[in-house]
Ligand binder design. Structure first.
Ligand SMILES: *Cc1c(COP(=O)(O)O)cnc(C)c1O
Length: 362
């Protein structure tokens, strides 16, 4: 069997012929009709009133913060377990990222610890839906912030195609951000999107991403803005990827169930409870004993995997003191199993068998 990689992008002749057709038309490459069409598709799929495509899922978070009026003296609460882009997007605009520990059941921000971290300087929180899951207290978190005038920005980079109740993940906060980097469920190489139902926030986003002007070609600047525009070259790929999203969502839920059912009773493996009726996980995450040995063993058998993110507060980039027992523990045990959407059922069964055999011997 070929080496099973932990992740890779998935595309075929649909993307190739759409790109060919686009390049054979009178195209300008920069963002225009194709980007607008891609935005429409995302707004419609997520049920948002407005969508703005962004160059990537890091800048999109910075723009969301700017649109909410976050300034240099402000603090923004972020979970200690997330992709480093979450706090970095805060620091990029000069504000301060304040780390909060997570809850072990969902790997998302802990509501009680979040309340303890709030100060008069807290202007926003970034709520990260890890692998498409929300924290247990999502409704209370949003209510708590609304009552205090604190913006809730959702980093939903891992959550396109995941739902919570009637709504798409990302529809609980004020603005949500998605990423289309290569490991995500759909990709444009690099890319991101912001969704919101708030017209005023949407208008600010549009100004910030286009030099602060209302119309291209009319050089009159209402606010300070930059160039965070997309390209139609990438939107052509994004449109084709979006057409495949519903099918991928079903596939990823099914893959999750197969992993879950087959790893459930293995001593040494702990699973994160996931509702596969609503959530289509980005990566399949497990907590495991003897992680380093398991990684080596899987690799020797032709199976790739990847360790969880480290506790961000203690990384050299931040070096913040504090108590983060949950992120510290899961960073030692967490492992992402092969998760790309083209994996076959028999490959997942094979991976689960390898894991079972490993723990029989250890
Ligand atoms: C992928 C990811 C990002 C970053 O997105 P880019 O498009 O790579 O900038 C941000 N936050 C989370 C939680 C992610 O998984």
């Amino acid at each position: 069997m070929d080496y099973i990689v932990q992740m890779k992008p998935s595309f075929d002749e649909n993307e190739r012929s759409a790109m060919n057709e686009y390049l054979c038309s009178d195209s300008w490459l920069m963002e225009f009709k194709k980007t607008r069409e891609f935005e429409q598709m995302i707004a419609q799929y997520t049920g948002a009133n407005y969508c703005s495509i962004m160059p990537n899922g890091t800048l999109s978070l910075s723009v969301a913060l700017l649109a909410c009026g976050v300034k240099k003296t402000d603090e923004v609460i972020v979970p200690d377990y997330t992709m480093v882009a979450t706090p970095n997007a805060v620091e990029l605009i000069g504000a301060k990222a304040v780390f909060v520990d997570i809850e072990r059941d969902t790997l998302c921000m802990d509501f009680v610890k979040m309340q303890e971290a709030i100060t008069d300087k807290t202007k926003a929180i970034i709520l990260v839906s890890i692998n498409g899951r929300y924290p247990k207290k999502i409704e209370q978190i949003v209510k708590y912030c609304r009552e205090r005038g604190i913006y809730v920005i959702e980093d939903a980079a891992q959550s396109l195609g995941s739902f919570y109740g009637e709504r798409h993940v990302g529809k609980y906060g004020d603005i949500a951000s998605f990423s289309f980097s290569v490991p995500k469920i759909i990709t444009t190489g690099q890319g991101g999107a912001l969704i919101t139902d708030d017209e005023a926030l949407y208008k600010k986003i549009l100004l910030i991403r286009d030099f602060g002007r209302e119309k291209s070609g009319e050089d009159h600047y209402l606010v300070k803005g930059w160039n965070f525009k997309f390209t139609d070259l990438q939107a052509v790929i994004g449109i084709e990827q979006m057409k495949k999203l519903p099918e991928r969502v079903l596939k990823k839920r099914k893959m999750g169930e197969i992993y879950y059912n087959n790893l459930q009773h293995i001593d040494g493996i702990e699973l994160i409870e996931t509702n596969f009726e609503e959530v289509s996980p980005w990566f399949y995450d497990v907590l495991c004993d003897k992680r380093e040995e398991l990684i080596e063993y899987l690799h020797s058998q032709g199976v790739g995997s990847r360790k969880f993110y480290p506790p961000l507060h203690s990384e050299p980039a931040y070096g913040v003191e504090g108590k983060y027992p949950v992120t510290e523990e899961i960073a030692q045990k967490g492992l992402w199993l092969p998760s790309w959407v083209g994996l076959e059922e028999n490959q997942i069964m094979w991976i689960c068998n390898l894991i079972r055999q490993f723990y029989k011997k250890h």
